[in-house]
Design a protein around this ligand. Structure first.
Ligand SMILES: [Zn+2]
Ligand SMILES: [Zn+2]
Length: 239
């Protein structure tokens, strides 16, 4: 609130209840308001003027002050200062500016939403791809191992069969199995060799683009600062 209103000892009730200005009482000194301070533009009582905060200020009688004020209001009206269009055009500009800001905010928020949605989608896609690559790699490698396990289980069962047949006293039956026995002995004579299989020791987290490589912490650091406010555009509004 304007300080003049507290200095003016006129209460709001008095202002509202009557169309014509009625002289009230000074809230500071409980004396009748009798003069108008032309420095502070408030009604004052004699104590205000003589001992109070308006001591030494230029004062007018109330009818003179009223006349002066009316003159100023009349000439303002003649100048066209009070015309609706005078304030309306500026208000239109101010409200247009507000609207521009609301629209701009919504546009930028939408951009952020779309950008992050795209990135989340790309990251999810890449994750699924990498998981697939790992699954494929291990499937192939483990298949190689499984094949060898199968081969060696077969060798083991051949050895078991040969042991059983060796104990047989039935010559006819033994000779019937000669091919299987000899083939098995050949197979069992083979010495084990080494097969190469590969495990993935870790993942390569280097971020590569256009001959630029960033290690994971550099990439994460970039990500932390990624998406900033762009250049601001100057908007002027009439006021
Ligand atoms: Zn007073
Ligand atoms: Zn004063």
């Amino acid at each position: 609130m304007h300080s003049d209103q507290t200095k003016s000892a006129l209460s709001a009730k008095q202002l509202n209840s009557e169309d014509t200005l009625r002289v009230g009482e000074c809230i500071n000194h409980k004396r009748q308001l009798e003069a108008f301070c032309t420095v502070c533009h408030v009604l004052i009582c004699p104590t205000c003027l003589m001992f109070g905060e308006h001591k030494g200020h230029l004062v007018d009688q109330m009818d003179k002050a009223t006349k002066d004020l009316r003159t100023q209001m009349d000439s303002a009206a003649k100048e066209g200062l009070l015309k609706l269009e005078k304030t309306e055009t500026v208000l239109v500009d101010i409200r247009h500016t507000k609207l521009t800001f609301e629209e701009s905010k919504q546009k930028v928020l939408k951009e952020i939403e779309q950008t992050f949605a795209t990135i989340f989608k790309l990251i999810k896609q890449r994750k699924d791809e990498v998981v697939n690559l790992i699954n494929q790699h291990y499937e192939i490698q483990v298949n190689n191992i499984d094949t060898q396990e199968q081969i060696w289980m077969d060798k083991q069962s051949r050895a078991y069969d040969v042991i059983k047949l060796a104990k047989s006293t039935n010559d006819y039956q033994l000779l019937e199995k000669a091919t299987y026995i000899l083939e098995s002995l050949d197979i069992l004579r083979q010495t084990p060799t080494y097969k190469n299989v590969f495990i993935v020791n870790s993942i390569d987290t280097t971020f590569n683009t256009n001959n630029i490589s960033l290690n994971l912490s550099e990439f994460q650091k970039g990500l932390q600062n990624w998406i900033k406010l762009g250049e601001s555009v100057l908007i002027q509004f009439k006021c």
